[in-house]
Design a protein around this ligand. Sequence first.
Ligand code: ADP
Ligand code: MG
Length: 435
Amino acid sequence: MEQVWRQAQEEMRKRVSGIEYRKWVAPISPIEWHNGTVRILVQDGEFQSWFAQKYEELLEQVLESILEKPISVEYKLKNPELFESKDLVRKEVSESNLVPHYTFENFVVGPSNHMARAAGVAVANSPGRSYNPLFVYGGTGLGKPHLLHAIGNQAARNHPRLRVLYITSETYVNDLMSGIRQNRMDHFRSKYRDFCDLLLVDDIQFLANKERTQLEFFHTFNALHAAGKQVVFTSDRDPHELSDIEDRLKSRFEWGLIADIKQPELETRVAILRHKAESRYGMEVPNDVAMYLAEKIKDNIRELESCLNRLHLELQGPHFEMTLEGVTESFDSYFKRQTRRVTVEQVQKSVAHRFSVTVPELLSPSRKKNIALPRHIAMYLARKLTLVSFPEIGERFGGRDHSSVMAACKKIEKNMKVDHKLHQAVTELQQRIKR
Ligand code: ADP
Ligand code: MG
């Protein structure tokens, strides 16, 4: 049997990389052969679970071809007591977070996104072997998470043993924080380094200004990359423009391939609209209708989707006809309402309400943080959503100077890029006010 084992190891050596061989194949040895099973001695549960997922099948195949009969592998642990805690990690990450219906099949391709999609397909088909890392960037509402999930879903389908993990960079930050707080950094590291073969990280720009997280992430990335595991990032901007992320981390982003997703052209928007209408509602949208809607909504596919929901609702009504005429009639007022003039007072009211302060407080001289922040946000939104000038906004905010309005707007704009919570709060407010 010793000779069979040596032969099997030689066979394995040909099929895995040198590093893998040294780390995973060389250290194992058979301790028992019994009918169709071979029991191998491995150091601990972590090794076992990793080996079982990555190499067990290969080992069985190799042994079967040598012995010409079915063989199954069993394990014995040198250090069984380690198993429990590692088992816990594994359970936690067995959740890949993948959304099954985000696939390549329903990702509509056009000139604006074909490169990012092609790179994604390549990565999904041979993770760790094509572009590593893959870095995808583009504005909001252009489907970056869709692409990430599609990569994950296809990779998981192609490679059933691959362990895929989708996270937003915010999840990573939170995990790290609780790892530090609970003194469970081993657990944290193990989760991201050992129990994941394909890591999909959405919205990496939120690591900006978080030095401790960037350092940890740098090490996570290096560990994964060195082990030949695939990493895919998305960001709302080009890596060069991630000004508050350390250079050494940024330089890693550029190791593989950088692909952008642009605003989709009219034809692509039409195709997306018709595709979604069909797949979501089984609804046929005539070309001229799709064209009319896609011309109105240019820069955000989410809005295109909400248009579609509306269209579907309209269709339930008794008199609605899906013709260019019918749709124009019903949607004209909708689009008008959407672009309806917003007033400074509306902005002030909504912002005050959202932050539980009063409008007079917002307009007062108080510099308390819980009042100054909503005030700055309100100024920013007033400028963004109304046609009112800086001096006039200053006037309406308790007689302030135009320069302080400008400073406030700049500050909010800048902070929104790095502060996810702020970004979300402001975006939500903006949507509510527009409605
Ligand atoms: P982002 O995070 O980039 O802002 P989201 O995924 O949140 O984008 O929103 C975009 C929406 O548009 C998603 O529902 C996504 O499915 C859809 N979408 C974007 N691009 C495409 C495309 N090419 N084909 C189909 N759906 C798309
Ligand atoms: Mg996003």
